[in-house]
Ligand binder design. Structure first.
Ligand code: TTP
Ligand code: MG
Length: 577
């Protein structure tokens, strides 16, 4: 997955990658040339006292050094550009994919992991690409070239290379192998911290209300301690890593000087060759070290790539049909025909055999105990979920055959849990219709009984809304969500328990105003309060996913025991209150 992903996403940046390769090649060759120039200065310049030669070769060294630095910088520049671009494209890919997900697809992953995959996991892959581009070319050339150059200086000392390089590989490799599982478990511990923290922040009011702070603090403390333990273990290994590497480098240096010194003494080797050999050996060892570090990143990045791939490979379970049909009429006739629906993974259907028709100008109300399936029923019309059996028709065409954009043009849903986005009130109201005029916004607010509190705000429509709409009251949030639906002027309104947070008087005023604006639209209302729906044209009584009775308020009072029960329960509650 890692290879496929990187290959696919780095394709547009091939020119950059070729530039990186060229620059690194130049930089590495220059770096390999420097020690041998240095050796020449010592052996031919210093030892013979040839000042002229020293100046000339020194000048060449300076030029080569500048080339080396310049090409190295250019290489890193293009490498970073390519790696960051790959990261950006990957993030965009994940984001686009997730936005195409249906509610079901999001549920199968869970929101937190989708967030991690789109951010942290992409980051890991991007990091590997960056490191890969920076060391991919230079490391092998440095190793092989360094060995060749070192052998050219003195073949008799070559055994030092054959000893020190494997020792370094074994030591660093051992540490890396020990570190790897720790890194993996650290990732999980970080996930855990995020999870606990997220839950506590979101549920802070509940935590306060039930005085659960000590328990929650302990829960967080546990997760925190686990992360600390892992980090400490990693730290302990890292503490070993650098002295170990340092020791190998220094021991190698000492060995080169010791054995090389003897050869210089006996006149078999020149001093310059010795220094050059030493420099080459160090270059090789550093390259090997870098290579091993990179190898360490691969497993982690590959886990991340798999996780990203899982998201990218999902075929959204609900997508627009290849040849969408558009209903001839734009009326808003809603018809459910023998609809059965089950949530993915659930055994029993939550809705069975639902049939009804709602026409423009009519109000259809749905009532039933909690968990009866009212919200599920509404979610089938805008295709948040697809039916298992039967059909949902909008203006005579099955919604599964329509473009979802076409459906949203006709249908507006006010969800049971009103959700607002961070931004301004205006930005939220325009969510379904960006080109709405300010007048239209005020009109919608007026109908939704939200005009008053928005006008009272200092900034009016430009007032800030916090993420999730947490800085307005529940009832205000509900009214803003209703206004947001009204702005789009749809043919079908779906209100899922949208009046529950309003006091009875506001509820009545809102419905009266709604009645005027939605006079020729189809209105489907899910309600808890009987008073909200007494004047509906048709009331469906839902119980356990089935329509047990239907009719007007007066008819149901006569015929439906379930309806009577609901009415009675509410009467007694109201009497008590
Ligand atoms: P809903 O359709 O949400 O029930 P409701 O809207 O009638 O209830 P309320 O008055 O409280 O708003 O759920 C019907 C059943 O479906 C319920 O038993 C839970 C189940 N369910 C799932 O299994 N997965 C889901 O994602 C949802 C929303 C519900
Ligand atoms: Mg509901």
């Amino acid at each position: 997955m890692l290879v496929t992903l990187i290959r696919r996403y780095s394709k547009p940046y091939m020119p950059y990658i070729f530039a990186v390769i060229a620059f690194q090649l130049a930089s590495t060759i220059a770096a390999l040339y420097l020690p041998s120039l240095n050796a020449q200065i010592i052996d031919e310049g210093v030892s013979r006292g040839d000042i002229d030669f020293i100046w000339r070769t020194g000048g060449i060294m300076l030029v080569v050094a500048f080339i080396q630095v310049g090409t190295a910088i250019a290489g890193v520049y293009f490498g970073s550009k390519a790696a960051m671009a790959v990261g950006r494209d990957l993030r965009r890919g994940v984001f686009r994919k997730v936005t195409s997900f249906s509610a079901k697809d999001v549920n199968t992953f869970g929101a937190p992991t989708l967030i991690t995959r789109g951010t942290n996991d992409v980051q890991q892959v991007q990091m590997l690409v960056l490191m890969g581009l920076n060391f991919m070319v230079s490391t092998p050339i440095m190793c092989i070239g360094g060995i060749i150059m070192a052998l050219r200086e003195d073949i008799n000392l070559s055994w030092l290379v054959w000893v020190s390089v494997p020792v370094l590989i074994v030591v660093v490799g051992y540490l890396v192998v020990r570190l790897m599982p720790l890194f993996r478990s650290m990732q999980k511990k970080i996930d855990r911290i995020n999870e606990v923290l997220r839950e506590q922040i979101i549920g802070i009011r509940v935590v306060r209300a039930f005085v659960r702070e000590p328990y929650e603090t302990e829960r967080f403390g546990e997760a925190n301690k686990e992360l600390t333990d892992v980090s400490l273990k990693i730290g302990a290994l890292f503490v070993l890593m650098f002295p170990a590497i340092g020791m190998i480098l220094h021991l190698s240096t000492a060995a080169v000087l010791w054995f090389g010194g003897q050869r210089v003494d006996s006149g078999d080797m020149q001093v310059g060759a010795l220094t050059a050999f030493l420099q080459y050996l160090l270059q090789i060892l550093v390259a090997v070290m870098m290579g091993t570090f990179m190898a360490m990143m691969i497993p982690r990045a590959s886990v991340c790539a798999d996780r990203i791939g899982e998201v990218l490979d999902v075929e959204p379970s609900i997508h627009d049909p290849a040849h969408p049909e558009t209903p001839a009429a734009l009326e808003g006739v809603v018809e459910y025909r023998n609809v059965t629906f089950a949530y993915p993974g659930a055994e029993a259907p939550v809705l069975s055999n639902i049939s009804f028709t709602a026409r423009p100008g009519e109000t259809l109300a749905i009532i039933g105990s909690t968990g009866a399936g009212k919200s599920s029923l509404l979610s089938l019309l805008p295709r948040l979920y697809d039916v298992a059996e039967g059909e949902v028709l909008l203006d005579g065409v099955s919604v599964s055959k329509m473009d979802r954009a076409e459906i949203t043009r006709r249908v507006a849903l006010v969800p049971q849990r009103p959700y607002l986005f961070s931004g301004t009130i205006e930005h939220n109201l325009r969510f379904g219709k960006t080109e709405a005029t300010e007048e239209e916004l005020w009109e919608a607010l007026h109908v939704a009984q939200g005009e008053g509190f928005v006008r009272e705000k200092k900034n009016g429509l430009a007032s800030r809304i916090a993420q999730g709409g947490t800085n307005v009251s529940g009832g205000q949030r509900q009214r803003l969500c209703i206004a947001r639906a009204l702005v789009t002027k749809p043919k079908v309104y779906l209100f899922d328990d949208s009046f529950s947070a309003l006091d009875v008087a506001t509820d009545a005023r809102l419905r009266a105003a709604l009645k005027r604006t939605t006079a020729d639209a189809t209105v489907i209302i899910v309600a808890q309060r009987i008073s909200t729906i007494t004047d509906a044209d048709q009331i469906l009584v839902l119980d356990n996913g089935r329509i047990v009775d239907r009719g007007t308020h007066d008819e149901l009072l006569e015929t439906s025991p379930t309806y009577q029960e609901i009415v009675e329960s509410q009467l007694s509650v109201e009497e008590v209150a």
